[in-house]
Design a protein around this ligand. Structure first.
Ligand SMILES: [Zn+2]
Length: 119
């Protein structure tokens, strides 16, 4: 049985010219390589993401993005990458900003849960 994931990976890989949706790094096909294709929910599942909103991202972006909305994360990555910083520094900057944003998102999420409990 073929699952939708492997078909979708192939389709997205062609659509994105083999590049990560967020940082434009080439995505390899070797499943053992760190850059193997990752199906990333463009909008986190808990915030209404569906199969339709899936893109291919590299392992680094998949790990770093966390709960951040895909459009926001892409803007963050693209502005850091075009800032003239060496790539490693740009990625470190994105990782730092993402970590801070994810903390905020997590605490907002906990606030929402607490409000629901009280209601
Ligand atoms: Zn990437």
């Amino acid at each position: 049985m073929r699952n939708w994931k492997s078909d979708q990976r192939k389709r997205l890989h062609a659509e994105q010219s083999g590049l990560c949706f967020y940082c434009d790094a080439p995505i390899g096909w070797d499943p053992d390589s760190p850059g193997h294709p990752v199906l990333e929910h463009h909008r986190p599942k808990c915030r209404g993401g569906t199969h339709e909103s899936v893109v291919l991202s590299c392992g680094w972006c998949d790990k770093t993005k966390g709960l951040i909305d895909g459009y926001h994360f892409k803007a963050l990555v693209q502005s850091a990458m075009s800032s003239g910083l060496p790539e490693a520094d740009a990625r470190a900057l994105v990782a730092q900003e993402s970590a801070a944003r994810n903390l905020e998102l997590k605490s907002e999420h906990i606030d929402r849960l607490n409000r629901k409990k009280k209601a």
